[in-house]
Ligand binder design. Structure first.
Ligand code: NCD
Ligand code: ZN
Length: 346
């Protein structure tokens, strides 16, 4: 039995860091274990221009704990009115690593998102030309589409037509939650990869809804039925480089989660690596963890892997994970996988 595993330091290919007191409070939860992270731009107001991204990058740098080599990989929030030249300059200067497409209204702080792909086609063409990747929140927002079907419908009605129209655009299907998403990525021979979150490998919709509603398991895309969770686990542990880790760790304060209209988002930065080691061990795939968490992401983004390592050690007693992180913006509950964790990161 393996009880010690040393892997290249992981990166998080989908992370919400917020701003101000929240940023300061939660950033150490990521910088402790991760080398880099793709930083989501859905601030209020969103990070739309190169200037916004440079300023946000500097605020993240200022909040980074001393001694940490963490590198934020910035993104721009695509709007109907984004300037393709500003995007191209930001990408060519190395200021941003990707552009994020949120269908307007799909999730937290996505009100200024894209209203239709046609609106942004000239921008996407420019991105394809210069090789700038697009991260996409793959859910339709039509009121008449059931929330559990929104990812599958997005693939059929938006993502697949877009990929046929613009095969050269490099796409990351963010936080896939369905077998449909897994299968669609598997069917693509190039320019498509997907991130998978920690929590979607662990919870299905029963965890969210059975025995009382659990606001800390509410996120978007919403957790689906068990067959989808199993498909995600198979994909993540397969070693297929098209699936890699994006935690979608998305802090909201407890009062904003535990509310009559609670915010979407699971905060998993603190214990993600312990959770993943647990999942990969259950799937007899500890030897694939490095591929998923440390190798496939940089390969797809065309970046070098990290040069240092982390070591995971399996303890005989459960490791201590705080229930919540106290920040000056308020308390943030840490993802509870529902079982004790034995893998400690060092
Ligand atoms: C994210 C957030 O809170 O910003 N919420 C979530 O449930 N994942 C937005 C997102 O990535 O959809
Ligand atoms: Zn997200």
């Amino acid at each position: 039995m393996t009880d010690k595993l040393t892997i290249i330091r992981p990166d998080d290919w989908h992370l919400h860091l917020r701003d101000g007191d929240m940023l300061t409070g939660i950033l150490p939860e990521t910088t402790r274990d991760f080398g880099r992270a793709i930083i989501m731009p859905n601030l209020v107001p969103p990070v739309v221009t190169a200037k916004d991204a440079a300023a946000y990058r500097d605020r993240i740098a200022a909040a980074t704990p001393t001694g940490s080599n963490f590198k934020p990989l910035m993104t721009l929030y695509l709007t109907d009115n984004s300037d393709p030249n500003d995007i191209a300059a930001a990408y060519n200067d190395g200021l941003i690593s990707a552009v994020k497409l949120y269908p307007a209204g799909a999730t937290t702080n996505s009100e200024s998102g894209v209203t239709s792909i046609q609106q942004v086609m000239p921008i996407l063409e420019k991105m394809a030309e210069i090789g700038c990747p697009m991260c996409v929140h793959g859910e339709v927002t039509d009121a008449d589409v059931d929330i559990f079907d929104r990812e599958a419908v997005f693939i059929d009605t938006i993502l697949d037509p877009l990929r046929r129209a613009l095969p050269e655009l490099k796409i990351i299907s963010e936080h896939i939650t369905t077998k449909d998403g897994v299968d669609y990525v598997a069917s693509a021979d190039k320019n498509l990869a997907a991130t998978i979150t920690t929590h979607h490998l662990i919870i299905n919709r029963n965890h969210l809804l059975v025995g009382g509603i659990k606001p800390h398991y509410y996120c978007l895309p919403i957790a689906k039925r068990e067959l989808h969770r199993l498909a995600l686990r198979a994909a993540a542990t397969s070693g297929d480089p098209r699936y890699f880790l994006g935690t979608d760790s998305a802090p909201h304060t407890d009062p904003n989660k535990e509310s009559a209209c609670g915010c979407a988002g699971v905060f998993s930065a603190t214990n993600t690596l312990s959770c993943l080691a647990h999942v990969f061990e259950q799937e007899n795939a500890l030897d694939k963890l490095e591929q998923f968490a440390s190798l496939s992401g940089p390969a797809y983004y065309g970046l070098p892997t990290n040069t240092d390592t982390v070591t995971l050690t399996k303890e005989s007693t459960p490791v201590d994970v705080p229930n919540r992180i106290e920040t000056a913006a308020g308390p943030v509950t840490v993802f509870d996988p529902g079982f004790p964790l034995y893998w400690r990161v060092s």
